[in-house]
Design a protein around this ligand. Structure first.
Ligand SMILES: Cc1cc2nc3c(=O)[nH]c(=O)nc-3n(C[C@H](O)[C@H](O)[C@H](O)COP(=O)(O)OP(=O)(O)OC[C@H]3O[C@@H](n4cnc5c(N)ncnc54)[C@H](O)[C@@H]3O)c2cc1C
Length: 306
């Protein structure tokens, strides 16, 4: 219930203005977002890499409405990839891209062209791109674009959401040699017709999908903070005899940093998803929807006077 309300608010421009202008929002944002500028992102990446972690950088922004915004996003990624290469942070750092930020909702070809330019810059920088998963109305389009991109850039990563009923079949399809697939629970508000609604059903689907990916030929990227699912991931890695360079764990910046360090100390590959930029509102709201403890922390900060 609370999750639905917060996810609905994530699409409200009135709520967005209220949250953005609240005096102490910044402190909460800083917990989940590395900063607003590329320099902030490079600094955070450098620190994580020095601690033995890998990184996937997300230039915040989604649901772009004009071709100009889409081009600006593309250019921001290309410049970021040049900067990562110059700072010798590749291949440890890659980028995560939302196709909706590249114009997918109004011009699929523009989004493909933008993603292709980013893949080219990533390849020249010696790293990779992963296409984030967004709401279910975009899944077919995103997987089509992924297939096209993989012709020239076979390491382009996919993201599959365990809450979608279709995802087991998508896992089977994508568990092929060299195929990088991030498995996450899914962060959007989806109808029952396409998505499991209960936590238990989503968790069970996650395990079924994890089994398909870990027993397949691809490169699974297990994106969760859930202790039980992480333990199952560790168990399956032993069972299917996967070495640390044959799969990875992924966690979000600012979430369970102790667990990130523990997994890395155990010898696993751990990638931290690092968002940065000024358009943090929908991202922040999705993080709040995931965890009631984050909401009370946030409400206290927002209601306090500066
Ligand atoms: C690297 C990464 C990339 C992602 N990319 C996408 C994407 O492209 N598309 C998409 O839809 N979603 C994406 N997500 C979000 C994902 O779908 C989930 O919404 C999000 O990860 C929350 O689910 P969870 O598996 O972490 O478990 P949850 O169900 O949120 O939490 C399960 C348990 O984990 C523990 N836990 C969780 N958070 C904390 C915390 N802050 N402190 C302590 N314990 C905690 C608690 O024990 C909790 O009960 C991504 C997530 C990650 C980690």
């Amino acid at each position: 219930m609370l999750r639905s309300v917060i996810l609905a608010a994530s699409r409200s421009s009135r709520m967005e203005r209220l949250v953005e202008t609240a005096p102490l929002t910044r402190g909460v944002v800083r917990r989940f977002v590395a900063g607003t500028s590329p320099d902030d992102a490079l600094r955070a990446t450098g620190e994580l890499v020095a601690d033995g972690l890998s990184v996937s950088l997300d230039v915040l922004g989604e649901d772009t409405e004009t071709p100009e915004q889409a081009v600006t996003t593309r250019e921001a990624y290309v410049a970021l990839l040049h900067a990562l290469r110059d700072a010798e942070l590749t291949p440890a750092a890659e980028v995560s891209v939302k196709l909706s930020a590249l114009g997918q909702k109004f011009d699929e070809q523009l989004a493909y062209d933008g993603a292709r330019a980013i893949c080219l810059a990533a390849s020249e920088a010696g790293t990779t791109v992963t296409l984030d998963a967004e709401d279910h109305t975009t899944t077919d389009s995103t997987l089509d674009i992924l297939t096209k991109l993989r012709t020239d850039f076979p390491t382009t990563g996919a993201v599959l959401q365990a809450y979608l009923r279709r995802t087991e079949a998508d896992c089977r399809e994508l568990a092929t040699a060299g195929s990088r697939v991030r498995l996450c629970k899914g962060a959007y508000k989806e109808p029952e017709s396409v998505a499991y609604q209960s936590t238990l059903d989503v968790d069970k689907s996650f395990v079924r999908c994890l089994n398909i990916l870990m027993s397949g030929d691809g490169y699974p990227m297990l994106a969760t903070h859930d202790p039980r699912l992480i333990a199952i991931g560790e168990d399956r890695a032993r069972w299917f005899d996967r070495s640390p360079d044959e799969f990875e764990f992924q966690l979000l910046y600012g979430v369970r940093p102790d667990e990130q360090a523990r997994l890395a100390a155990e010898g696993y590959t751990v990638r931290v998803y690092v968002p940065y930029g000024t358009e943090w509102y929908p991202y922040l709201m999705r993080r709040l929807a995931e965890r009631p403890a984050n909401v009370s922390f946030f409400l206290k900060a927002v209601s306090r006077k500066a």
